[in-house]
Each structure stands twice: as C-alpha cells, then as structure tokens.
Design a protein around this ligand. Structure first.
Ligand SMILES: Nc1ncnc2c1ncn2[C@@H]1O[C@H](COP(=O)(O)OP(=O)(O)OP(=O)(O)O)[C@@H](O)[C@H]1O
Ligand SMILES: [Mg+2]
Length: 113
C-alpha cells in the first residue's frame, strides 16, 4: 500500500533517444504521495519527453517505471490512465473555451464537470 512517505511514482535510469539525438540519459525522477514538483530546465532539455514517457505517449529505450512500488509497463496512454497517471499538456493543447477543470478532465468521459 502507498503511504505518505513512499514514492507514488519512480522513474529509474530512464534513457531516450530520437534517432541519433540522445535526449534522456540515466534520468531518475521520484514523486512521493502529496508532493508537488516543478521540472525546470532549458528549452529542449527533455522535460516534456520524460513526462510523455510517464504518460505512455513515448516509449523509453531503457530504465524502469514504478507505480506505487510496482514495476509498471506504460505501453500507451490507456495504460497510464489505468495506473492513475494523467497529464495536462502545454498551452497549445488546451481548449480556451473550456474551464481549467474541463481541460484537466478532457479525455475522461466518466467525469462531468
Ligand atoms: N517526437 C520527437 N522526434 C524527434 N525529436 C524530438 C521529439 N520530441 C522531442 N524531441 C527532441 O527532444 C529534445 C527534448 O525535447 P523536449 O520537448 O522534451 O524538451 P523540453 O525540455 O520539454 O523543452 P521546452 O522547455 O521547450 O518545452 C529536443 O531536442 C527535441 O527536439
Ligand atoms: Mg516541454
């Protein structure tokens, strides 16, 4: 069971290249229950790539992801959703006519806000 001090999400030794461009090299990222993190870095550092791997948009080349302490393969966005992982994308992916809450739950048809 996940407790207050155990990581909800752990990404270990994540590697990702696009063609010959090595974007993520041996990246570790861990989030404890209730924590809020800011992922900061220069343009092109790989922040979105790391989060897209967690969301199942991209596949990692190497490393592992643990959800509530269990090694979890996130092969697509549906698998991420099943694991309780959601993502709100950067501004160009948002719908200005919807509320913040509606944007957050845009892809979740079981929520009515
Ligand atoms: N689908 C893709 N195909 C090829 N290269 C990609 C792809 N997605 C990202 N990249 C490359 O990976 C690197 C990291 O990009 P990423 O978008 O993860 O950076 P970022 O840290 O989110 O940047 P920003 O601050 O601009 O949002 C960049 O060199 C980018 O060109
Ligand atoms: Mg980005």
């Amino acid at each position: 069971m996940t407790t207050a001090n155990s990581p909800a999400i752990e990404m270990r030794s994540i590697e990702k290249s696009f063609g010959t461009n090595p974007v993520l090299k041996n990246v570790d990222f861990s989030v404890t229950v209730g924590e809020v993190h800011a992922l900061a870095g220069e343009n092109g550092a790989g922040k979105s790539t790391l989060m897209k791997i967690l969301q199942g948009v991209y596949q990692k080349d190497a490393g592992e992801i643990l959800v509530s302490g269990q090694v979890t393969e996130i092969e697509d966005t549906f698998a991420a959703r099943r694991a309780g992982i959601g993502m709100v994308f950067q501004e160009f992916s948002l719908i200005p006519s919807l509320t913040v809450a509606q944007n957050i739950f845009l892809t979740n048809r079981t929520w009515h806000i």
